[in-house]
Design a protein around this ligand. Sequence first.
Ligand code: ZN
Length: 1028
Amino acid sequence: MLRRANTALQKLRCLSLQRQQPTWRLKSTAAGEKALLYRPGQSIHGFTVKEVAAVPDLFLTAVKLTHDRTGAQYLHAARDDSNNLFSVQFRTTPMDSTGVPHILEHTVLCGSERFPCRDPFFKMLNRSLSTFMNAFTASDYTMYPFSTQNAKDFQNLLSVYLDAVFFPCLREQDFWQEGWRLENENPTDPNTPLVFKGVVFNEMKGAFSDSERVYAQQLQNKLFPDHTYSVVSGGEPLNIPDLTWEQLRCFHNTHYHPSNARFFTYGDLPLEQHLQQIEDEALSRFQRTNPNTEVPPQPQWTSPREDHVTCGPDALAPDPANQNTLCISYLLGDITDAFESFTLSLLSSLMISGPNSPFYKALIEPKIGTDFSSVVGYDGSTRQASFSVGLQGMAEQDMERVKQIISQTIDDIIMDGFEEEMIEAQLHKIEVQMKHQSTSFGLSLASYIASSWNHDGDPVELLRISETVSRFRQTLKENPRFLQDKVKHYFKENTHRLTLSMSPDAAYMENQTRAEEDKLQLKIQALSDGDRQNIYEKGLKLLAAQSEPQDASCLPALKVSDIQPSMAFTPVEMGSAGGVPVQYCEQPTNGMVYFRAMCSLNSLPDDLKPYVPLFCSVITKMGCGPLDYRQQAQQMELKTGGMSVSPQVIPDSAQLDIYEQGVELSSCCLDRNLPDMFHLWSHIFNRPHFDDEERLRVLLTMSAQELANGISYSGHMYAMTRAGRSLSPAGELQEVFGGMEQVKLMKRMAEMPDLSQVLRSLPRIKKHILNPENMRCALNATPQKMPDAAAQLEHFVSEVAGNWKERRAVRTHIVERPLDPSASREPGPSRKLVSEPNFRPCQMKTFFPLPFPVNFVSECILTVPFTHQDYASLCILARMMTAKFLHGEIREKGGAYGGGARMGGGGLFTFYSYRDPHAVQTLSAFRKGVDWVRSGRFSRQDVDEAKLSVFSAVDSPVAPSDKGMGRFLSGLTDDMKQKHRERLFAVTEHSLVDVAGRYLALGHRTSGFAILGPENEAIKKDPSWVVK
Ligand SMILES: [Zn+2]
């Protein structure tokens, strides 16, 4: 989602190891070398160079500058990566919970001096080939990043971003729309009651329907009670209506000033050009100010504190007695001390991560709660860091016991310290993170340095990770009790610690609603008749503005002709290892090897299918071969960058009732550890441990808790999956593996007193899945490493040959697709897909009542598969409807956080809304969208914009580790993708009207509907809905 809540950002504490994508040329270092020629003291376009530093481990050169007149700070990371990134961040330190920085973040994106059209930010999504555009509000800064691989696009986006943040219109109307307003429920009818509306108002109501979010917010507010961290920067729904338009503009004046700004650029584009554009278009119009936004250190408490808060009950847990959370949070050192932060962050991982850590042993394994508290470990997002540890999902009477365990565990750590191997495993993890080439590296860097730099820490020092690691090793060598001393100082002897408990309150939702109602009445009582009339007129004016045809011609734009007509092909080689088909893909993986395998589920009996996700989540965590689960975890951390297994449902590219079902094995390691990684896999294949019911219970409980907690964040995904369930066999299996049914099953299993039956299903599943007969593999490695990797894979296959069994498929309809479609005609290795010719799509409407104040709504329509000639038109159509119609109806008018349409590979065209105050009204907005397209009230320009937007996704960079994976998993060859590309180019206005009529118009195709949300009278009365 756009404008994702700040928590995601706050969690990015180290360079992220996401499976994403880049396209740089590792061997050349042109950008980095060129940047080394800058000299401190050199003056460039109003900036002065302060420092130039090579960071060889990250293949980059850092250049630090200051803007002479305003004092704006600037960091450039020159690196041979074409995915260039820009970000500007302001230190925003609110002193109340009206959400002023958050509402400002939204409002500056509603139009600016040079770009006065409505919502230029969203419009640029369709006029650019950006690989990322977003804005975040953290506790103490607001950040605006974008990235793109196109130089012209970079300049365009930079102009729009600079103008937005420094010269926004901040119209009163923007404030009403994005912040809050009083308005008639139906704006065209002055007799309907007045209600609160506004995007941020609704967004925060949605955010705080998540108990985890409530807890995290309260914990921070109470641990830092004396300054900006004591308030809710995103906005507390009840305080948002206290904010005035005037206050918003004032906050902008003081905080969004160059003297309070930090600019960051990254990539292979020349620095001078960036500096000149920033100076010319923004900074030259400012003088230095003293923004006075420093956050003072939190005064240390002389004695520990305790507090208690309440939350809404967990809808999926039957027993409210076991829904308590308790955690202890400790104030740590200043995050601008890079070495101390590194040490504390590593120490935190040693204390809590994995089954070998002392807190896991002491808190998780006795099964007092379902999982660690949602806030756990090191948090470096505030000026002083904090460490938290505790449990969720526990009984009230266990609270004292948990406190004692925490204190006892700290004593034990001080006494015993950590095994050397555990420390090595953590340092190995850092080495892997540095070597792994991600495509969002610029963004990871921006997030990584943001907090410390925000408080004037040295961002360059943060980048010198290897030097910090060496210093850490040296320090530990000189003082083997170094870490224990830290534990003693920061935990045992620290009087600034907070014990915060949270328990569910059945009346929580009701109280929230009543408090909102009281607030509303207070506002309404203060109104004169004239005010009411005024509100009605303003509402009409806003509605009219939202419905006006929009002229975005002031905005810069790329053209369809700027898109590369053909894509870069990825060469792969097909071969086999001991009879198992293998895809080899040589890539600049920087000393890493990536291994994947796909194992078919075709022979698995149907009754075992629902347990496949559980199997996947525990198979690498129960112990294997001679290793118990602790030793296994240790070896995985020491020798690999992670080993995981996940269920896959892959729709066929040509026929809607055909799909592949399997599980994907995925792992990576440093070149030197390849034999160890395969050795671990062969233990898992040959002798996984399935005898420890207690271990299974721990893992199951944690998975179930995680799934249940994820609903308020990913509700739209669950609604979409459910809506597609009755439309295709692949959609049906998706629901089994990853839908609400799966969440409920996991919850049910977690509550079963006896797990022996579940435990017995695991070896049965294993026999079908971990079987080389049904397997194909893929390796991504450097050309130098590939021959060795191939030999090691061959050895692995010979080691697991004992599992080789020919098993009959449960369904007799098997369709084979060649793994290498370009190969000669003789039958080669193939993917075995399942066909269900008897499956009949049917309409189904499902409603899941949940204790949220907002809805997630979806409608899903069965259309055509990937290779069908209409597929490309449907992709463009989904994008155009989202940008030109649904966004306006669902977000701007409806007040939802987001909404739109998307086209999926399985032929499912899906509408959705996210954190939406409406449900039935949104369903009719979907329908109106279809009518809008069919009426043809859009232009050639609209279609071209949708094409740009679709291509920015199609051409988003792919990491060396992920090259060739689309082909490996889905059988999509470069030729097929190129053909799709050509069809995308060829889409016309006419073809959109045509496909909308033939596929999306009512009654033409089968559709499914799903809503997750609060009790809904209209739906209850409508017998066509199934209420779950
Ligand atoms: Zn927001």
